[in-house]
Design a protein around this ligand. Structure first.
Ligand code: GSH
Length: 247
């Protein structure tokens, strides 16, 4: 059995999208970061880095295996299933290249999101730096997608699953998809896949936290963050986030 540890952010959704695409049976377990469950001794035994996603496969290559880091999990699942990552040849490295580009550049997008939405006290220069860098990354993807149907070529791959949940947060990163028409075409097409819709919705009923979530609990958490700057919270409501930005 596959158990994927999730919460409402973009990284766990890469894995639930992959699993929904394959049809493999799996279960998911919420680790609520707003209740600091990811810092509990129990979860730190699963992932000593205290982050989501993590995966437990009771039927790993040599017995049960625990993995964390979304890229490692995607590659593991692709190799386990033989899906969404070519086994050999340049097409394989093309997919890995765009996967690693996502993994190493996600922090720019994440910082754009964090400083634009969560920190009223953030310096304008910091917000500008991460917003501009996010736009540059979007431009790289847009140029690629002008010539290919999917992120890593003309075949749908795990690279699409790595990027999609992050591009869902475009408004929080200060980006307008109308400025990136090839990326927008890909985003709409990818988001229209039933498995992507299912996978992207898995953590939400629990965390009430997502690009379009407006749950009461999310708002309460934002208010707590605004009242207490020491309370490290990932913003949970687009409405509250936009209000925070004065929009
Ligand atoms: N490089 C990691 C990043 C994982 C990560 O930062 N996940 C976020 C959720 S999207 C998290 O667990 N945040 C909890 C925290 O910041 O304490 C990966 O790709 O899996």
């Amino acid at each position: 059995m596959l158990t994927v540890y999730v919460h409402g952010g973009p990284n766990p959704r890469k894995i639930t999208i992959f699993l929904e695409e394959t049809g493999l049976p799996y279960q998911h377990q919420l680790v609520d970061i707003y209740e600091a469950q990811n810092r509990s001794a129990e979860f730190l035994k699963v992932n000593p880095n205290g982050r989501l996603p993590a995966l437990l496969d009771s039927e790993g290559p040599d017995g049960p295996i625990v993995l964390w880091e979304s890229g490692a999990i995607l590659q593991y699942l692709a190799e386990k299933t033989g899906l969404f990552l070519p086994r050999e040849g340049s097409a394989r490295y093309e997919v890995l290249k765009w996967l690693h580009f996502q993994l190493t550049h996600a922090p720019y997008l994440g910082n754009a999101h964090v400083y634009r939405v969560m920190y009223r006290e953030a310096l304008p220069a910091v917000i500008k730096r991460f917003t501009i860098e996010s736009a540059r990354i979007y431009g790289v993807l847009d140029t690629q997608l002008a010539g290919t149907r999917y992120v890593a070529g003309n075949e749908y791959s795990l690279a699409d699953m790595a990027w999609y949940p992050w591009i869902e947060y475009h408004a929080w990163q200060g980006q307008d998809l109308d400025d990136f028409r090839h990326l927008k075409r890909w985003f709409d097409e990818t988001g229209g896949r039933p498995a992507v819709r299912r996978g992207a919705s898995i953590p939400w009923p629990y965390a009430e936290c997502g690009p379009s979530a407006t749950g009461r609990r999310a708002k309460a958490l934002i208010e707590r963050r605004l009242a207490d700057p020491a309370f490290a919270l990932a913003a949970c409501s687009e409405d509250a986030a936009m209000a925070n930005l004065g929009l």
